[in-house]
Design a protein around this ligand. Structure first.
Ligand code: M6R
Length: 610
């Protein structure tokens, strides 16, 4: 969604801002803009805004635009259409105060009426524009004081960065429900909503909490709360190398991230398998053995792909650890007044750690007394910080909007947790060793599956013109079918639905025709024959079938139109290998259709609105 970058220091400000905005592109946006303070002559802010891509913005920026500090923004429209006027930064009446904002000001209508009565002329339809006017109404020569006064009137969520033409080199930022991070450089400072925007300049960062306000100049920063009380915060060092956020020879981030999975899965399990005791070690759970032993139920809160990971994890926990488990859609859970039982352990799964639906649902169950553990990728994200404990998945930055490597890393954490819980209950040491070895073998299994790349591309070339697809699986492969359908929809814009294969006969089978291909996931476990029957039902009605199945499954291979083999393994682990062909198939269909694969239309990487 929206992204913020601010810079003050000796570098060419426009370059840092444009580069930062380019790094934020992956979050999804529809317009962008910058405000750069002029350093010589009459103090003035130079504002450049455009609809569309950063390349268009760069085109508008004069090569010789000077300035030593400034702010920039990528906007994902919520209040008001996609227009140049609605793009950020927004200005006060005098044009001296500029604001970029992520989040939603809920009382903007009331504030707008009040400000209009005072003579403010609004130029946009956004909720954001009330902020510069409000700050201006309190401004008496000190930007921080004016921002602090204005914040007392804002209701809703915000991450903001503010500059004043008369205060060269100074940027004031504030956070409430929308991330803001300070980048501490050597003789330069940055402010951004996402570390990726500044990792090229510094790896020393400070995460702001809700209610905190920052005041930066090139050599200094100070942090306070909304009542001006000074706060001391520690500087964290991020370990990302720049290469982690570059395409390194791949055509798209999505392709790169699909191919990174053997390493990212290995990272997620690194140091966490205890072969000697045939169990798993998960350091950050903050729960004693007794507390873990007393867990009677697991509930998982998540959205989108993370929900599919949670659903797979729930199936696994029930099957292997014999703990009732259920994955909940965050957007539904929060508003249904959920029952929170004393003996339930909750997880919230979120790659970004910023998804509003998941965050608010987490807060709601915490309010009712739940212990919630986070499974997040982004270190220091809001969910990671507000959860009661948890596990980082260590995927490394995931830049493509469509989640791939984070998904398989989230699965890895659920497999580790299942092993831990199962070994505390009925699982024998021998069975624990088998499970742990099978888990350790997953990176290799995924690597072998990736060798099917060209075969999958050829299948995509055959089917990409289809208008509708069905994705079908049973048992633990049912959530993987849902994930396959979501991937195809997201990046190729082809309509696709995921169903439990057994559910087909209860309605969806009416859709089957020679124009509607079905993608089957076929395990070699106790559900194999039932799945084969479902394939026959579709073939009998003239529907083309593509199957991802186990190497050597000649029965399935003979029955279907196209077959993608994965290496034979313990069937409980097929979610890892079987999701890979679905990711690649979606990728290659989107490629054939010429889609914007890394930044699909209407989508955002981190969905910070409800
Ligand atoms: O950051 P999160 O894992 O909380 O995001 C949840 C969903 O918004 C996300 O998985 C979304 O469905 C992706 N675009 C999937 O590719």
């Amino acid at each position: 969604m929206c992204g913020i970058i601010g810079y003050t220091g000796p570098r060419k400000t426009t370059n840092v801002l444009l580069e930062g905005l380019r790094r934020l592109e992956y979050r999804g946006y529809d317009s962008a803009g910058i405000a750069v303070g002029r350093i010589s002559g009459e103090p003035r802010l130079q504002i450049i805004k455009t609809v569309g891509k950063i390349a268009a913005l760069q085109h508008e920026v004069p090569k010789d635009l000077e300035g030593a500090w400034g702010i920039g923004h990528t906007r994902w429209a919520t209040h008001g259409g996609v227009t140049r006027e609605n793009a950020h930064p927004h200005l006060d009446q005098s044009g001296k105060i500029a604001v970029v904002h992520n989040g939603i000001i809920e009382n903007h209508r009331t504030l707008r009426i009040l400000l209009e009565k005072k003579g403010c002329k609004f130029r946009s339809e956004t909720d954001t524009e009330v902020i510069p006017h409000l700050i201006s109404s309190y401004y008496e020569g000190d930007l921080l004081e004016a921002v602090l006064a204005a914040l007392q009137h804002l209701e809703g969520t915000y991450g903001i960065a503010v500059v004043h033409a008369d205060e060269p080199g100074r940027i004031v930022g504030a956070r409430n429900g929308s991330p803001l991070i300070i980048g501490v450089g050597n003789g330069e400072m940055l402010l951004a909503s996402d570390i990726t925007a500044m990792v090229a300049y510094t790896n020393r960062v400070i995460y702001l909490n809700d209610g905190e306000v920052v005041d930066i100049t090139k050599d200094n920063y100070s942090i306070c709360d909304r009542h001006a009380k000074k706060l001391d915060k520690k500087i964290d060092e991020v370990s990302w190398a720049l290469g982690a956020i570059e395409k390194t020879g791949f055509m798209h981030y999505m392709e790169k991230e699909i191919f990174e999975q053997p390493e990212s899965i290995a990272r997620a399990m690194s140091g966490r398998i205890d072969l000697e005791n045939a169990t798993a070690k998960l350091g950050g759970l903050n729960l004693t053995k007794r507390q873990l032993a007393d867990v009677k139920r697991v509930r998982v809160i998540a959205a989108g792909t993370s929900w599919h990971a949670g659903m797979t994890g729930s199936y696994l926990l029930e099957q292997v650890a014999r703990i009732p488990a259920q994955a909940e859609l965050a957007s539904e859970l929060r508003h249904r007044n959920p029952v929170v039982e004393n003996d339930s352990l909750w997880f919230v799964v979120s790659q970004s750690g910023e998804t509003a639906d998941s965050l608010y649902a987490m807060r709601e169950v915490q309010r009712k007394g739940a212990t919630v553990l986070g499974i997040c990728n982004v270190v220091g994200s809001t969910i990671a910080r507000e959860s009661d404990g948890g596990v980082y998945v260590h995927s490394g930055p995931e830049i493509a909007v469509a989640s791939t490597k984070a998904f398989t890393s989230q699965l890895t954490v659920f497999y580790l947790f299942t092993l831990l819980m199962a070994r505390m209950r009925d699982m024998s040491r021998e069975e624990g060793t088998r499970f742990a070895n099978a888990l350790a073998a997953v990176p290799e299994m995924v690597k072998e599956t990736l060798n099917q790349r060209d075969h999958i591309q050829a299948i995509a070339k055959k089917y990409y013109r289809a208008k509708d697809f069905l994705y079908l699986g049973r048992g633990i492969l049912y959530p993987i079918a849902l994930e396959g359908a979501l991937k195809l929809k997201e990046i190729s814009y082809i309509h696709a639905e995921g169903y439990s294969a057994g559910e087909m006969k209860h309605g969806p089978i009416a859709l089957i025709s020679p124009d509607v291909p079905s993608f089957f996931l076929v395990s070699d476990d106790y559900l194999h024959d039932k799945t084969i029957s479902n394939i026959r039902e579709i073939k009998a009605r003239g529907g083309p079938v593509i199957a991802v199945g186990v190497e050597g499954d000649t029965e399935t291979q003979a029955l279907v139109d196209d077959f993608i083999p994965v290496p034979k393994a313990d069937p409980r682990f097929y979610p890892f290998s079987m999701v890979v062909p679905l990711q690649l198939f979606a990728y290659f269909c989107a490629l054939e259709l010429g889609r914007d694969i890394d930044q699909p239309r209407n989508l955002a990487k981190s969905v910070t609105v409800e």
